[in-house]
Design a protein around this ligand. Structure first.
Ligand SMILES: Nc1ncnc2c1ncn2[C@@H]1O[C@H](COP(=O)(O)OP(=O)(O)OP(=O)(O)O)[C@@H](O)[C@H]1O
Length: 181
């Protein structure tokens, strides 16, 4: 799932795990940030530390999937390299790319209400996260609750068309890689 901060990804992930038939894992990137030592990181080091955390996260997800596990990933594709990295790691036919949309007005209301995210974070990500423009399925949490979105995604899984969004994006954005399988 891809969407801005406060768009409702974690809420949908929790609902999905309750309704999916197969045993599934929710792997949030926040869990990986939380595993890092609490030593203070200088502003010069920070970009590299964050990048390595995201890259390690992608590889951990790919590793779980390679062992045959179903993974619910919540992601913020606010930097292009993150999608390019995932396109090279995940089996494109296996990926269901979900766009989690929400109006900016509602995002700002949620961000203020929860108080545990920097002010303006969702607005900064808003235009960038959906820049690649292609999904297998999309939901809008401005109008639908988390459980309804999870049901919509779950229903989509049983009748999903091919090529997947990931297959198409890999062909378009990673011509350096072999044809998407
Ligand atoms: N469909 C929804 N309708 C109304 N409120 C929602 C909905 N989904 C989530 N929320 C509320 O929005 C806030 C953020 O939700 P959530 O943590 O699921 O978002 P997120 O996209 O995972 O955010 P982050 O990336 O910052 O962790 C929470 O307070 C949650 O209760």
């Amino acid at each position: 799932m891809n969407g801005t901060s406060s768009s409702g990804k974690s809420s949908i992930a929790k609902a999905l795990l309750q309704i999916l038939d197969e045993p599934s894992f929710h792997m949030p990137v926040d869990a990986f940030h939380g595993m890092r030592s609490s030593r203070e990181v200088s502003s010069e080091e920070l970009p590299d530390v964050l990048r390595r955390t995201w890259m390690g996260y992608h590889r951990a997800v790919a590793g779980m999937a390679a062992a045959g596990n179903d993974i619910v990933v919540d992601h913020v594709l606010s930097e292009e390299w993150r999608l390019l990295d995932c396109l090279g790691l995940f089996r494109p036919a296996d990926v269901v790319l979900v766009g989690v949309r929400c109006s900016l007005e509602e995002l700002e209301r949620r961000e203020q209400a929860r108080g545990d995210r920097p002010a303006g974070l969702a607005a900064r990500q808003f235009r960038r996260v959906h820049a690649h423009g292609l999904y297998d399925v999309e939901c809008d949490t401005s109008t639908a609750g988390a459980l309804d979105c999870a049901r919509q995604i779950s229903a989509f899984l049983s009748q999903r068309p091919f090529p997947t969004a990931f297959q198409q994006l890999r062909t378009k954005l990673r011509p350096d890689l072999p044809a998407a399988g």
